[in-house]
Design a protein around this ligand. Sequence first.
Ligand code: UDP
Ligand code: UDP
Length: 476
Amino acid sequence: MEYSGNPNNHSPHVAILAGAGIGHLTPILRLAASLLKRNCLVTLITGHPCVSDAESKLISAFLSAFPQARKEQFHIVPVDPPVEGCDPFWLQWEATRRSLQVLPSLLHSLSPPLSALVTDVTLLTPVLEFTATLKNLPKYILFVSCARMFSLLASYHTFFSTTHHLPDDDYFSKAELLETPFPGVGPFLKSSIPAALQEATNLFVSIFKEDGKRVSSFDGVFINTFDRLEPELVGNGAKLFDGRVMPPLITVRLSPCDFERGAGASKLGWLDDQAPGSVVYVSFGSRIAIKKERIREIGEGLVRCGYPFLWVVKDKIVDKEDTALLEDVIGDELMEKVKSKGLVVKEWVDQGEILGHKAVGGFVNHSGWNSVTEAAWCGMRVLAWPADADQGLNAEAVEKSGLGIWAKDWGCLAGPNSDKMVTGEEIGTKIQEMMGNDLLRLQAQQIRDEARNAFGDGGTCENALKELIEKWKINQ
Ligand code: UDP
Ligand code: UDP
């Protein structure tokens, strides 16, 4: 079946297929907002039900802010039997992958016909399979992590080739540094590779291996980065790899948008009362459960560091299960100490507002890529304490670009390799190191200025996006 394209050459029609988890949903909604603002027609396709309340709220906030966006929803059939002990968001990816048979008829029913489809990175193979009949439809990936992680995805299947051993054949357990065949990328630190990708039987391995090979079947990859953050990859990205032409990286600014404002609690009142640049903001994203003992050491560290702090506590992966009282998680004694020195909360906050507030001077974070790029956009110093997943590779970008420091010797914040004891004293000292480092503050500001140039009017990234939209108009 030939796909005829959109005859309305003033407004390309783009379908956007979202993936699970706030770290995936947020950037895809930001991309949708960006295309709507540039006069594209957008159809947002989401799976139902969502794993977390935060996702449902964010989708509603987006649709209220953009009534012109069309919405399509499909039912996600749960994986049966459920995989014991599997991360609920990974399981949702797998369930979504198995529920996409609806895609061809759904896409065909859209009017006007589509100019392009953008899919979340977790759905590549099924999207290609289920859109195989829509031959002329340009397809794009939204990659939600750093370019270095993209190079790992695109090259991961080659780790299984005859030149390398299989992951279960000691490949990952022997070397500290893994050479990557992907052009322009130095070796990976073994400890920075997601733990799941080092276990041959993990569900994530099969998804990653299968999808990595298919990256080259897409027409482009939207990625939230820019050359000041990852100079070795952006711009010089591989054109050819493993005998295949690689799709171009389209760098887009996916920083917080107005529609997100209502979705998180505002802390403006408290922040307004603090001295400029004095506050340490501590948050580890949307889906990291931190052990109680570690939470308490972090609290001790904050009390010791000597700076006021805004600390978001989280001890469950999925927010719906996050019902314990703050006092019960951190204990009465610590609660009394922290209350007099900072603001501690256990709720979803408006991170965009916090990072942009003049009182905030440093960000202690797991280096989730959205958080890193939000910090870069605001010129905010980062103390990176990665847990797992892509966060080690993200922390490399934080350190190399000069946006922040990486507490490498602390091991993982949470997850499989997080047994190392890190004391409150060590945490307090490291926070002082970040907050007292003026060079870091200046570097972060420089990164912000360069981001604003690249993504502002006439900037390289902004021009590339405009060109792409023009191309969609011509090709339809
Ligand atoms: N976030 C937020 N409020 C919170 C916690 C997180 O707005 O209380 C947002 C944050 O701004 C970022 C996203 O949730 O956009 C988290 O994504 P990231 O990639 O940093 O980490 P993940 O949650 O995927 O591990
Ligand atoms: N990823 C990917 N393909 C997948 C699943 C994940 O390329 O099918 C990448 C993506 O960049 C993601 C990263 O792997 O950000 C780590 O995924 P995880 O969910 O563990 O972390 P999150 O993105 O939610 O912080």
